[in-house]
Design a protein around this ligand. Structure first.
Ligand code: BOM
Length: 143
């Protein structure tokens, strides 16, 4: 559900600062990771794909070929409150998106396109958190 996605996004987003330098993702290209869920967010910067790769590595969610590590990703999602209700489903959504973009050889571009596909799938299934939810929680966490 949307609350689980909100928590997982904020958890995953904790790695953004660490990954900014190596991915060259400037604040101008993405200020905070939760902007991912904005309706008008554009998936156009290769640097964002590189940053998501770095962030996924940080949590040990990728295989050697920079594909999703299914077991680790499921466990990561399960580590959030009520994560078990969405973990399997999210892994399946991401994997379906990976299959669609498997021909893309550049890891950063491929991951960017997988991320966009994953967001669309979440929106379609009604599990995408609203920006209002994301902002509120983000501000509460900062205080
Ligand atoms: O083939 C590489 C797989 C990369 C996965 C990309 C999925 C992207 C997600 C970005 C949004 C994340 C929100 C929550 C984290 C879920 C693990």
């Amino acid at each position: 559900d949307v609350n689980v996605m909100k928590d997982v996004t904020l958890g995953f987003g904790q790695a953004l600062d660490k990954c900014r330098q190596e991915s060259q993702l400037t604040e101008e290209k993405m200020e905070e990771f939760f902007h991912f869920w904005r309706d008008d967010f554009k998936f156009e910067h290769r640097e964002l794909g590189c940053a998501i790769q770095c962030m996924s590595r940080h949590f040990n969610l990728l295989t050697d070929s920079s594909r999703m590590h299914h077991e680790n990703t499921e466990q990561f999602i399960q580590s959030f409150p009520n994560g078990e209700v969405l973990a399997r489903h999210m892994v399946e959504l991401i994997h379906a998106c990976e299959k669609q973009h498997d021909h893309e050889e550049d890891h950063c571009w491929r991951i960017l396109h997988v991320a966009e596909c994953f967001k669309q799938a979440c929106v379609q299934r009604g599990v995408a958190p609203s920006m209002e939810m994301m902002m509120t929680e983000f501000i509460m966490e900062a205080e």
